[in-house]
Structures are given as C-alpha cells and as structure tokens.
Write a protein that binds this ligand. Structure first.
Ligand code: MV4
Length: 507
C-alpha cells in the first residue's frame, strides 16, 4: 500500500481525501497557494508545501510544481480531487512518467471521454443509447441545416470539447441556426481552443441523472446507483440526491448496465460517473462521462455504505474490487446541499471574506464535508464552494426533515452564503413532491420570495417586528460578536451566539 499520498487540490475535497488517508494509515501531503497558507487542508495534512501565486495556472494547475512536491516529499501517489488537474490526461501521463501513481483512470481513458464527438462514436459502437444527432463535428452551415431538418427542431449545438454549458446553443428554428452556429463556434474556440461543434436533438426540461461506476484494474466494473442532479443554476449543481425519486429498481438496473458498458468501452478504471439526460417518458440517453470523483459522491456513499475514496486508493494500489454487483445494496435516501460563499440578495454573486462566527449543525443523519473554519478568510481566487451539508434518512421525507433541521442550526457569520436558498428549495411543494427537472431552480428563483406562513397583510407586521429586533440586537448582531483581545487578535465572545442565531432566524 502507498505510504504517502499528495493531494493536488484544496478546500473541502482535499480535507475529505486527507481523512481517508489517515483512516488507512497513509501520510497526507498538502499543497497550497499563497492565499491558502492558513487553509483547513493545510492544517489537517501531515506535510504541506507552497506552490506559489494564487492564480490556479501558477499553483493548483501547475503540473511541474506539483510533481516537484511529489518528489521532494517522497509521495508515491497523487489524488487530484475534482476540478483543477483531475481530468487532465497530460497530468495523468506526467504522473505515470514520473513513477507516481495517479489515483484515477488512465490518460488513455480520459482522452477517450475528453471529446464528446469521440465519446459518441465509441458509444455508438458499444450500443449505448444517446440523443439523436451527429457524432462528428459540423463542416459547414449547409450540413448543419440538413441535419437539423432531418432530426427536427428544436436542436442543441454543442462544443465537442465542451462542458458546463460553454459553446452550447439551443436553436428553436432554422432562422436562428446560422448565428447560433457562429457564436457557438467562436465561444468554443475561445474557451477550449477548439471550435468543433456538433448537433443533438434538444430534449425539453430533461432530468439530469448520473450513474456512479467503479472499475478495478482486473476488468471488474460495477455500478453504485444513480444520483438525481437536476437542480442546477447556470450549469452549477446546487442540490443532489440519491436515489433518484423517479428511478425504480428495473430502470436502475438498465441504466447501471449501460453505464458499465460505457466504462468498459472506454477501458475505464477507478471511480467515474456516466451522465444521462432523461426525458418526460423516462427514456434515458448517454450524455458524457466524468472521469473523476465528483463533488456529490457523498450521497452515493450514504446509500451504499461504501467509502469511495478508500476504494479509489485500493483500486489504484492494484487490488481487485472486494465485492460484486449483487453485493451492492441501496438503503435509505440522501440529499446534499452545496454551501457557496455567495450573496442571495445580489444575484448569487461570490462573497469572499472573513468568517467571524461559525455555528455547526450535527445530529442524526447529518454529514458535513467542509473546508472552512471560524476565523478563516475565504479567498476570492477559487470556486466559492465552502462546504457540503448532507442529510440521510430511511426515506426521502426523513432526509428532508433532518436536512431542514440541520440548515436551521447552521450559521456562517461575516460572509454571505446561499444557505437560505436551501430552506426555500426544501420547503417547496414541487420539490417535496419530487417534481424535479433542469428548469426547476430557474422557475423557483423567478418567483418572488414570499414570507413563509403569510402571503397576506401579516407580512407588513412581521417586517416591522423584524426591524425592531435588528435595532435591539444592535452592534453585536452587525459584528457577529467579535471582540478584540490582546495582540489585536479577535476572539468571539461566547454569549453572542444567541444573538447571532436570532439574527439569522430572522432571515
Ligand atoms: C442537453 C439538453 C437538452 N437536450 N442536450 C447542459 C450542460 C451539458 N452538460 C448538457 N446540457 C444540456 N444538454 C440535449 N440534447 C439540456 C441541457 C441542459 C442541462 C442539462 C443538465 C442539467 C442542467 C441543464 C440546464 C440546461 C440545459
């Protein structure tokens, strides 16, 4: 087994991987940029190395600097987390050239999935269902027009190198096709240095459901059930749950077997995720494969009882999977909220700054994966994901109840977070009825935020009482209860937590 693993990442996922290392008796090496010197992952690791300037290109995306740290520290493996270098085939290749095990798939498997058109060609051969369209880049406008007429509007133009909706255009009618093709192409060129664009038939308000797979280096591949990820905003997932409320055991088996076929067609090893679009009739279509551990992996861990990071490390160590498909049982229901440092009152704009007070939820059925601590300053240089709060229960209703209760215990002072958004989502009748699709969150955010339990003349009275309470709480509420002790070090005065919590409850 590896003696020392370097974690080429930061934030909550770096902490998550460090914890797995420590559970397995493996030393953990952190890397940090100049603004992350005091970050939680640095504090939790056994050793930490500076990798320079805040800009990711200079630090967390710098292959040479990370491999230098691997050599200096004597690490025998690297875990890339998600984002940054996690899906970079060049990095995977550089690790293997340097004699350090990359904990993830091979560079060849990443390459096979890196281009959507190449992936569609491979899946066509493997008999995997995918959305009708082209599996090659478009050569001309005339060709695009011909294909669009054949499959029928509305259509989607997508960048072959794409992801996160970049270079994607919904085209409703032939009159829009020419300008959409031009703008998709130039956006793809700018974002990926690759202007290849292809066509898919557009599904309207589909669900986004993904299947977790695990493959060892001995040819065994299993699926671990699906995650419902339809609640997104601007291609950023906000809430994920497992299992999907619309997937029954038969559909799960069919989707799982397709996902295994996808992984095998790509020569896939380690943990990966096969994404599907699901239409209103519950037909599912292969979309793409993510060749990394995903942010939302905890919901799968909770319903399967498996530890995906432990398994990734065992697989990378060359061990066969310790179970077969029939051994995997799904039990209970889990829902994850992604806690971002962003301001709900300012169009969810990033809100970095110092965390002056932190009150943490716990209790039955609650898991919290976090990269923040009280007194830490959230830098503005990276993705604003602070933490994930996950609720687990015997069924969906219990998971919602526990998560709602835990969200009400959570208080992050000094910065803005999107915690209030989750209270709205979890309270929404459509969400509770599991009527989810990729248009849900935009619809919810367009509704005017109304006072809970009011919607009448009481609202005005509540607002007056709230204003009075704000005034009464005064500076303690505004400053979240900081006082300065010796050396100018700020400390939180303990009795103020009640006031801070009352202030938050007013939201
Ligand atoms: C689609 C689609 C409808 N039809 N493809 C958005 C991100 C990218 N990974 C795939 N996306 C979509 N592809 C076809 N043929 C609708 C979306 C889509 C979407 C998908 C998943 C989650 C949220 C979404 C929000 C808008 C559009």
């Amino acid at each position: 087994m590896f003696k020392k693993i370097l974690i080429a990442n930061r934030g909550e996922i770096a902490v998550r991987v460090i914890r797995a290392c420590h559970e397995m008796g493996i030393a953990a090496v952190a890397v940090y940029s100049d603004v992350d010197r005091a970050a939680l992952h640095v504090r939790k690791a056994d050793e930490a190395y500076s990798i320079g300037a805040p800009a990711a290109a200079e630090s967390y995306l710098n292959i040479q600097k990370i491999l230098d740290v691997a050599e200096r520290s004597g690490a025998d493996a690297i875990h890339p987390g998600y984002g940054f270098l996690s899906e970079n085939a060049k990095f995977a290749r550089a690790c293997s050239d340097a004699g350090v095990k990359f904990i993830g798939p091979t560079a060849a498997a990443m390459d096979a999935m890196g281009s959507k058109t190449r992936a569609r060609q491979a899946m066509e051969k493997a008999g995997v269902p995918f959305v009708p369209g082209t599996s090659r880049g478009l050569d001309s406008f005339e060709q695009a027009e011909e294909v669009a007429v054949r499959i029928g509007y509305p259509i989607m133009l997508k960048a072959a190198a794409g992801g996160g909706g970049k270079g994607m255009r919904l085209v409703q009618a032939s009159t829009e096709l020419k300008s959409a093709l031009e703008s998709a192409r130039s956006e793809a060129e700018r974002a990926f240095g690759d202007g290849e664009v292809y066509i898919e038939k557009a599904l309207l308000n589909p669900r986004h459901i993904e299947m977790q797979v695990l493959a060892d280096e001995h040819g065994n591949t299993v699926y671990l059930g699906e995650r419902e990820c339809s609640l997104q905003r601007r291609h950023q997932k906000v809430v994920e749950e497992a299992p999907s409320p619309i997937v029954d055991p038969d559909m799960r088996r069919r989707m799982g077997e397709i996902a295994v076929r996808v992984a095998q067609a790509a020569g896939y090893t380690n943990a990966g995720t096969v994404e599907f679009l699901v239409d209103q009739q519950k037909n599912f279509y292969f979309l793409e494969m993510n060749t990394r551990l995903q942010v939302e992996h905890p919901v799968t861990e909770l319903i399967t009882g498996l530890d995906l990071v432990h398994l990734q490390i065992h697989i990378a160590n060359g061990e066969p999977l310790p179970f077969q498909q029939d051994d995997i049982k799904i039990r209970g229901h889990a829902i994850e909220c992604r806690i971002y440092a962003e301001d709900p009152d300012n169009n969810y704009f990033p809100s970095p700054g110092k965390i002056t007070l932190l009150l943490l939820p716990s209790g039955p059925g609650i898991r919290r994966d976090s990269g923040m601590y009280e007194g830490w300053t959230v830098p503005m240089d990276y993705d604003p994901l602070l933490a994930k709060l996950i609720g687990y229960g015997t069924d969906r209703g219990q998971a919602i109840g526990r998560l709602t209760r835990a969200l009400n215990e959570y208080f992050v002072g000094g910065i803005k977070t999107n915690i209030s958004l989750f209270r709205r989502i979890l309270n929404d009748p459509e969400f509770r009825a599991a009527k989810l699709d990729t248009g849900f969150l935009d619809r919810l955010l367009k509704q005017k935020e109304t006072m809970p339990d009011s919607g009448n003349s009481q609202a005005e009275e509540v607002a007056v009482i709230a204003a009075g309470m704000f005034a009464a709480l005064g500076s303690a509420a505004a400053g979240a209860g900081e006082r300065v002790v010796n050396d100018g070090v700020k400390e939180v005065a303990s009795p103020n937590w009640k006031q801070a919590a009352r202030k938050e409850a007013l939201h």
